[in-house]
Each structure stands twice: as C-alpha cells, then as structure tokens.
Design a binder for this molecule. Sequence first.
Ligand code: FAD
Length: 325
Amino acid sequence: MSQMSVVKICLFGSFGWDRGAVGVAGAGRRLADQLGGELHAVVLGPAADELRAGLAEISQRVVVAGQAELAEYQPDVALGALAELCRGDGVKAVLLGNDTYSQELVPMLAARLGGSSMADVQQIEVEDGRIRCTRSAYGGKASAVFELRRDPAVMWVRSRALAPAEPTGAAGSVEETTIDLPTPRIKITGRQQEEQQGVRLEDAKLIVSGGRGLGGPEPFEKDLRARAEVIGAEQGASRAACDAGWVPPNWQVGQTGKKVAPQFYLAIAISGASQHLLGMGDSKVIAAINTDAEAPIFKHCSFGIVEDYKRVVPLLTEKLAQLRG
Ligand code: FAD
C-alpha cells in the first residue's frame, strides 16, 4: 500500500491567527488536497484558542509545542524543534510564511531534513506527483517554475497574498507536545522591540508609501502622515527614502523590505523599480502619483495621476476620506 502524503505547515504561536497564518494554512490545505494527503499543522510556542481553532478546522492534526523556551524566537532552538516535528515518513512538503523567522529557517530546515528548499513561493502545483512552485525571478521581471525533487520540499510562501482555505468541516485533533530542545548555540544578549504604531505594515489594508521624489523627511511628516491617518492607512516607503534616513528602515517595502498585500496601495513619488514592485505587486489595487508619465510604476497600477504630489495629495485625501465615510 502506498504511503499517505503529509503536508506540514509551521507557525509561530506569537503571531496568532493572522493573515500570514491564514495564507500558509490555505496553501497547505490546497497542496495536501492536490497530493491526496493530509495536512498537519505545527505550532511553536503557546498558541491562542483562535489559532488552534482556525487550524483544527482545516487540518487533520495540530501539534502545539507550547513550551516557554519556544515563546520567543531563538533560531537554533526553533530549528531543532521544527526538525523534530517535521521529520517523518510520507512528509512531502513543509510550508512556512513570509515572516523573517521563517525566511531564515527554511534553508536550514531543508538541510536538516535532507529535502529541497525554495523561497518566496507564489504558487504551488502538483504534476505527476511532483511539486512545482512558481516564484518571481530577475527582481520581479519574470516568473520561474521550479520542480522540487527531493522530499520534503521546504518552502516559505507569500502567505499574505494567498487565499485562505475553504473550511473542511472535519475537526482535526489538537495535541500538546513537549520536545527535547537543543542547547542554544546562539546567545541573545538583548532584544529591541520595533516601535509599533497602528497595525503591522504586512497586515495593513491600506498603505500610503512615499519615495525619493518627496525630497526629504518633512513631507513624510507633514503631508503624508496626517493624510494617511485621515483615511486610516499605514505608511510605507521606498528604499531610497529609507536609505536617506527620512523614515525608519522598517517602513521599507520591496525585495529587501516588507512584502505587503493591502487592498489599496498608493505610491507617491516612487518610480516603481522592480525591487520595489516585488514587495507590493500583490496589492489588490495600486495607484500612483508621479510627475513622470514614463515612470515604470504606471505600468503596474490601476489608477495613475501624472502630477506633482503637492497638488494632488490634499484633494485625493479629501475624496478618499469622503468615500471611506
Ligand atoms: P526614484 O527611483 O529616484 O524615483 C523617484 C520618483 O519620484 C521619480 O519617478 C520621479 O519622477 C518622482 N517625483 C519626483 N518629484 C515628484 C513630485 N513632486 N511629485 C510626484 N512625483 C515626483 N527599493 C525599494 O523600494 N525596496 C526594496 O526592497 C529594494 N531593494 C533593493 C535590493 C537591491 C539588491 C537593489 C540593487 C535595489 C533595491 N531597491 C529597493 C532600490 C531600487 O532599485 C530603487 O533604487 C528604489 O526603489 C528607488 O526609490 P524611489 O522610487 O523612491 O526613487
């Protein structure tokens, strides 16, 4: 009798049942269905009821390693725990989200499990029992399809842009487990909590981002912040604006910044370099304001205004506030 295929999804209890977890779970469920197998969820650290219930609704088995040592991320401890929880016969794939922990763990976990690995996966298909995944290439200018031939295929997916799973109705079992954790080889001497105002950029529904064309930090403070607040949007920026020190580095959207997928993304004075597009191309509706009609961003947006932002932003904010109201 052939062995049942298993897809594992790995989540961090500290993130809860957020958009990222929902997206990983959706991708895992669909992959398990394509393989005709089971979906098993693995949670590191204490897990809230909402996370347990959300996972149990769509997976056959949920295993929570709720030990206190796993509550805060420690790379080698998390790696040891995941390797322990993901090892096993029949495990075809292991999926993680697009948070920084997962991005760090995926290649190491693949090596530990003797599998193959892929980053930034946008789509997963199964053909003749083989897992193929699509991701962007050349800084977002092309798409590439890879076949992951060695099991398990360990991937991090663009979780926030992926559809949730349809509830299966079958309540999966939820089990607590305690793992023998490795002695940490890395000593964390201190932690700095990112100052969080409003929702995280990755979870924002509306984002207003500014670029080099704003010319300095003042317009971010004076023109954008107040207006973003009016429409309840979070603020982002291009790398050029972050590198210039006009706004904090954690505002950066793009290949080397945050990957966002809001309902609406407004790019103000951002040219639309491929590295920026890579971080926000999954937005539902993209709009841009730019003085240059040839700016690449206009090729990727639903709405574009060729004009100086100083003239447009006040009018647009007023209109958006009315519509939102
Ligand atoms: P510019 O390209 O200089 O564009 C400014 C725009 O403002 C222009 O289009 C101009 O017409 C417009 N403008 C000027 N004045 C006005 C005005 N008054 N009103 C309206 N419009 C105006 N970039 C990222 O953003 N995120 C990343 O994660 C990232 N990662 C990178 C990784 C690598 C390995 C590399 C090599 C680059 C990366 N970059 C990234 C940098 C990227 O290539 C671009 O340099 C950067 O995105 C440009 O930022 P910008 O659009 O703000 O600036």
